[in-house]
Design a protein around this ligand. Sequence first.
Ligand code: NAD
Length: 297
Amino acid sequence: MNTQVSKNDNPATGDARPHVRVGLIGQGIQLSRTPGMHRAAAAALGIDLTYDLLDTDEMSPPNPPVADLLRQAEAEGYAGLNITYPYKREVIGSLDGLSDAARRVGAVNTVVFRDGKRFGHNTDYWGFAKGLQTGLREVDLRSVLLLGAGGAGGAVAHALAGAGVERLMIHDLDRDGAARLAREVEAASPGCAASAVDDLGGAAGAADGIVNATPMGMAKLPGTAIDPDLLQTRHWVADIVYFPLETALLKAARDRGCQTLSGAGMAIYQAVRAFELFTGQVPDVAEMTTTFESFTR
Ligand code: NAD
């Protein structure tokens, strides 16, 4: 196994299998579905894995810097860590190397400890790309309107460019953020012409597909970031919000006969790829999907 493992784990149970210890660093992560997916994948493969939540909201103030949390986890024999809000950029300063995707996006959601070094990956990028590839049938990817240029929007924008999108129009309430992301995408993917847009009617008219990477549509933030009347049957529509799985945007798109993609694919495949990086083994995607979906039931 391609991991750092504890030597004599589970002395209480006498279990002789190597123990893989991983976790998630983030703020307010108690409801994350990621630990469950990793545990289910490990159980299905017979891997003895623990997945800990290192929730800075649960730590006594002042919160330790992410560099300290990383150092402590490495010293305790963790194989790796997932990293989430608000540490995906900050963590880069504590790493020895970055994957191509992490470098492009400028953010890391998975750290692997290996041979005394720390490598950063961005499996959100991979997760969105894989979801797109497996969840939509023969869609036109030439021109896409992306709503939201925040943390997740960055991974989605670079993944869209990597998937062959030729024209990427980015809209965000923070226009400077959209323009900055457009410049970063063009620098990383010269084949993609990216720009910030304000006129959603014009952008939707020019787009083959529309992707929502704003928080609009979440249970606690109902609504849509684009007027549903701008959707046409020829559009494919993706949402990365996954609680609920059917957002108002996806419902409006389905009602108009559009092909749609929910946020589940990105959430599941980011975990699939992270599991591979942590353990060196290929997990059962169906097992992880069942676990992910069990949270909604
Ligand atoms: P973020 O706060 O970093 O970014 C959100 C961006 O959306 C901000 O730039 C904000 O200005 C913009 N925005 C908000 N409302 C808008 C509107 N009406 N029109 C245009 N722009 C608007 O958040 P994030 O980390 O990028 O996450 C965004 C959402 O993505 C989350 O709410 C979460 O549900 C979802 N998410 C899903 C996955 C997944 O795996 N499926 C992963 C990460 C995040």
